[in-house]
Design a protein around this ligand. Structure first.
Ligand code: PRP
Ligand code: URA
Length: 207
């Protein structure tokens, strides 16, 4: 059974409202994508494994815990690129791998044009970054590729989903938790999320 987490954090709700706004220019859009990615990544990593550690402070020894997992983040080009910097602020030591997928405008099927996943990997967790989960085709394809690369534990971190995309992704990969800022109303006849925010790639890159 897939876990679907929709953030209830007030800052996520506020920033998402500004991100959606048709009057938000692409400079502000990029900044908001980064901030939202950081906040959602914070929520998505709440079960990271810890190892006990003793740390010497100026006043004595403190019993602490340190994160021990090796993590990979995988932005799905193009739109997922805007989420990377926010995640790197939180997790500076992660590996970043890239997958390039675009949707065929007529069939809505994902088309792979770039794959820089490693042949073999030792990471214990991979976070897929893509702001929009529409039909779910791109997310399902990206996760299949990661699994073929040997990644055992994957989480999907997105911003806005259509119910159709959540359904398809959870059916195809029930082991992959989904972290989102919002689930919207529906997909329109050309595969866009309504109300959504329009085209996430175009809005952040000004195309
Ligand atoms: C967007 C988005 C996802 C995909 C979601 O990318 O970033 O990758 O659409 O749609 P789906 O769930 O129906 O597959 P797009 O194809 O617009 O490419 P871009 O990021 O290069 O603009
Ligand atoms: N991709 C986007 O960028 N926006 C949508 O609404 C759907 C797919």
């Amino acid at each position: 059974m897939t876990q679907v987490h929709v953030s209830s954090h007030p800052l996520v709700k506020h920033k998402l409202a500004v991100l959606r706004d048709v009057n938000t220019d692409f400079r502000a859009f990029r900044e908001l994508m980064k901030e939202l990615a950081l906040l959602l990544c914070y929520e998505a990593t709440q079960d990271l494994a810890l190892s006990p550690a003793t740390v010497r402070t100026p006043m004595g020894d403190a019993t602490c815990a340190k994160a021990v997992e090796t993590i990979g983040v995988v932005p799905v080009l193009r739109a997922g690129l805007g989420m990377v910097d926010g995640v790197l602020e939180l997790l500076p030591n992660v590996q970043v791998w890239h997958i390039g997928l675009y949707r065929n405008e007529e069939t809505l099927q994902p088309v792979l044009y770039y794959n820089r996943l490693p042949q073999a990997t030792s990471v214990s967790l991979c976070l897929i970054l893509d702001p929009m989960l529409a039909t779910g085709g791109s997310a399902v394809a990206a996760i299949e590729m990661l699994k073929q690369s040997g990644v055992q534990r994957i989480k999907y971190v997105g911003l806005i989903a259509a119910p159709e995309g959540v359904e398809r992704l959870s059916h195809a990969h029930p082991d992959v938790p989904i972290h989102l800022a919002a689930i919207d109303d529906h997909l329109n006849e050309i595969g866009y999320i309504v109300p959504g925010l329009g085209d996430a790639g175009d809005r952040q890159f000004g195309t």
